[in-house]
Write a protein that binds this ligand. Structure first.
Ligand SMILES: [Cu+2]
Length: 123
């Protein structure tokens, strides 16, 4: 009897997992569900988890209409190799006063790949 009971439990768990996976994939396919919602459901981040990394680089362009800045940056330890790419900024005010050619130091939220702080470095 014990064996039967265990099988029933395993089956129930499988059903729960399948339902969950089905729900997550419906969310992922639906246009109304933001992609990051899917990520949060499938890979729930522990509360308070927010990892930051520091980088340094040069402004290539500022793209306020996309809330982005394109940087040519050096290696960002523990996050990304040196490259040129666009990053979202957490606030439009971060873009204020920046122009191509400026040397900057920045802090990035590595989970969101979003710059949360950026300061000009005097050359
Ligand atoms: Cu990159």
């Amino acid at each position: 009897m014990k064996k039967t009971h265990n099988i029933a439990r395993t089956t129930r768990r499988k059903v729960v997992v399948m339902l969950f996976a089905g729900y997550a994939s419906v969310l992922a396919m639906s246009d109304s569900a933001p992609a990051d919602l899917f990520e949060r459901i499938v890979f729930p981040a522990p509360a308070m988890a927010q990892s930051m990394a520091e980088g340094q680089g040069k402004v290539i362009s500022v793209v306020p209409e996309k809330g982005q800045i394109v940087l040519e940056h050096g290696n960002i330890k523990g996050f990304m190799d040196a490259m040129t790419m666009g990053y979202k900024v957490s606030s439009m005010s971060l873009l204020k006063g920046l122009k191509p050619g400026d040397e900057v130091r920045f802090t990035i939220d590595t989970q969101k790949s979003t710059i949360v702080k950026i300061v000009k470095v005097e050359k």
